[in-house]
Design a protein around this ligand. Structure first.
Ligand code: CA
Length: 374
């Protein structure tokens, strides 16, 4: 296939202002190539893709953001690419999204990388680990600190290409029906807290319970569980926890800035024309920012609502409790990195970045919060 320099081509024609589609038609069926050899420029081929997700259908902000992203991709591609977004369970069960995209049943998926820790222990570093990094630091590590390259390397083994696509910001610690004044109060505590956070609670003598979001309200109301975490004021308010729990604890030590992910079937992504690849990447980054911004804006409104309208009692975990949970987290991290070489490699990058970000924040962000915006 012959490489054509479009700019020169346009200059040489008497029809410099001719519509690009006409130019494409004039080029016949020959497909142009980009500098890296992938197919480039509008070949006119239409793509109709499916996106499976781990979230309930039409989930506020997250599902909404994915619908927006599908719209942006359709607009930027002038309708060449249309994506239908499926809620969890509509096409495949929520936690089968990863396998569905890996096998090509669907072209795209959206979730949180920590859901796949059972398949790849290193995956959780790309979503959230307890006492990890906040949204700003996660974005900096992924985009500019080498995190995304490691993520791509890991997911390539599963036939997938990942992109950061949303972040919850610092989550809340959860809703409790008993006060947490010391470590002893965690002993025997039945709490819905998934994944890594649940393992930490277990080390503290608690009983982590796994239950889907739809069952949490009833479980907490009936005393099947003593506590539950979810996300933050906006999403928690919608669940109604304020009506059945006494205390709302801060901070979400287990999820300080959870990155959400878009993952795409690799052969299908690689076969796309270059411009569509860039359009998807651009839309995903916009979505990454939109979800974080929207959650931040809504959380501040709903925290106010919870306090003023619902008289919610905000509590803070004592330092003694947080310090010990950090010790248990480090023990679990040591176990994961000892048994999985790729997790060791990712954690080395993650932790090195976190230490530098922490030192930088100590002289800037921390001072900002303590002195400028106190
Ligand atoms: Ca959570």
């Amino acid at each position: 296939m012959k490489k054509i320099n479009r700019k020169n081509f346009l200059k040489k024609t008497a029809l410099g202002t001719v519509a690009l589609s006409t130019v494409a038609a004039a080029c016949g069926t020959s497909e142009q190539t980009s500098t890296d050899g992938s197919p480039a420029i509008n070949t006119g081929k239409k793509y109709r893709w499916k996106m499976v997700t781990t979230w309930p259908p039409n989930y506020p902000i997250i599902g909404e953001g994915l619908e927006k992203m599908a719209g942006w991709i359709e607009e930027m591609s002038s309708g060449r690419m249309k994506i239908k977004v499926y809620g969890g369970g509509e096409l495949v069960p929520p936690l089968e999204s990863f396998d569905a995209v890996s096998s090509g049943t669907a072209e795209m998926g959206h979730g949180g990388a920590y859901y796949w820790a059972g398949k790849a222990p290193a995956a959780q570093f790309f979503a959230s680990v307890p006492f990890g990094m906040n949204a700003q630091q996660m974005n900096a590590w992924l985009v500019s600190g080498g995190g995304l390259e490691l993520w791509r390397e890991l997911y390539a083994k599963f036939n997938l290409v990942p992109f950061p696509c949303g972040n919850t910001g610092v989550q809340m610690g959860g809703w409790f029906n008993k006060e947490i004044n010391s470590l002893a109060d965690l002993k025997g505590l039945k709490m819905r807290i998934p994944g890594f956070g649940g393992k930490v609670l277990e080390k503290a003598g608690g009983s982590p319970v796994l239950a889907p979001g739809s069952e949490l309200y009833t479980n907490l109301e009936r005393g099947v569980i003593d506590a539950t975490e979810w996300i933050g004021p906006f999403h928690d308010y919608k669940m109604g926890f304020q009506d059945i729990a006494k205390y709302y604890y801060s901070p979400g030590w287990h999820e300080a800035g959870t990155t959400l992910e878009l993952f795409i079937n690799k052969p299908k992504f690689d076969a796309l024309p270059k411009d569509l690849q860039v359009i998807i990447e651009t839309a995903s980054l916009r979505c990454n920012n939109w979800m974080l911004s929207e959650i931040e804006a809504q959380n501040s409104l709903y925290l106010d609502k919870l306090i003023k309208e619902k008289n919610v009692d905000i509590r803070y975990f004592p330092d003694e409790v947080l310090d010990q949970l950090r010790v248990y987290t480090d023990e679990i991290l040591a176990e994961i990195t000892a048994s999985d070489p790729f997790a060791k490699k990712v954690y080395a990058s993650f932790d090195e970045f976190r230490q530098r970000a922490k030192a930088w924040a100590a002289v800037t962000e921390k001072v900002f919060y303590n002195k400028l915006q106190k």
